[in-house]
Design a protein around this ligand. Sequence first.
Ligand code: ADP
Length: 294
Amino acid sequence: MTTNDAAVQVRDLRKTYGQKNAVDGVSFDIRPGETFALLGPNGAGKSTTIEILEGYRSRTGGEVSVLGTDPAKGGLDWKARLGIVLQSTGETGLVTVAEQLRHFAGFYQNPRDVDEVIAAVGLEPQAKTRIAKLSGGQQRRVDVALGIIGRPELLFLDEPTTGFDPEARRQFWQVIRGLKAEGTTILLTTHYLDEAAQLADRAGVIAGGRLVDIGGIDEIGGADARVPLVRWRDRDGVLREERTDEPGRVVASVVASLGSEPADLEVIRPSLEDIYLQLVRSVDAAAQPEEVLA
Ligand code: ADP
């Protein structure tokens, strides 16, 4: 693929607020149709990066192309190709869900069908309910519905499922998978690492304004970080553990040496969350040695 085919291209992006380097030389691409998760702790620079891509914030340096356009120069035609679900829009209108969606659909040339969108986000029973009367999770679904009504080519999802119960999150993931199957490119930020693992093809981890890792969702952190851990209790009641690429072999040798089933036997495969925390902590430790020692 040539670089011009990227849906999003970011090169050496910088943003300073006074003395503060909020984004400090970040580069990444998002391919068309890909779901890319931007992960990182609070204050890492995610919102700043995303708002620059959306055209809401100016940048201090670097090059950015979103759907072939520099967001600093993007006009209404370009904006209409984006779907944006902000962290909290606080939709508390007196209009109903269907009325609000119909209203927004009118802004686009080729909007999705309002009833289909309502069904896709699971709000059919609430279609005629005033938005102000919905629960927080239901209002969040209205945000998502508004983000996709214009049939965006690129969808920004900022913490989309905060406040959802587990069932609602799973339903929401289905909605996103459906959009993905239609070819929508998605940039997702989330604090739920299992959500990123479920939805994203690739992820970038940002900390202290820098990209500390980028890669396939199954590759982030490198192979070493993914080595399973075998844990068991030995005859004296001491908890033992061994990191190994061959957990079956280790379990077999423990069983052979104990002569019986070991107590509390576990084979633990690091989750994306474990790997992410390890990455972010190692950056923290390198950046602030004094604070870590204090
Ligand atoms: P994240 O979204 O990862 O939590 P942000 O992009 O919001 O991170 O913030 C990155 C850094 O920039 C933080 O240190 C934050 O305090 C700072 N920052 C963000 N917006 C502003 C602003 N408008 N003025 C000054 N500093 C800001």
